[in-house]
Design a protein. Sequence first.
Length: 88
Amino acid sequence: MIQVSEAASTALLEALEDASVPPEAGYRLAATEGVYKLRLDRPSSDDRVIREEERVVFMVEPEVDDALEGVVLDLKEGDSKRLTLQVV
């Protein structure tokens, strides 16, 4: 199961609020041809959902969640901020 760091969760929350995304929608981590991307979506009944301040911030379907066992979604800061997937 993928883990989401507190810094990444906060960054996702801030991005959703800045874009005025409704609280029932958030970022989905999806795999397309082996490439992982975040996109805005609403959770499905079988998704694992992470909430921050009573709103959806992140969701992942079971197949992607299982494939990312031992991986952390984290925020890297430097000249700019970016989300990364790291194996732990």
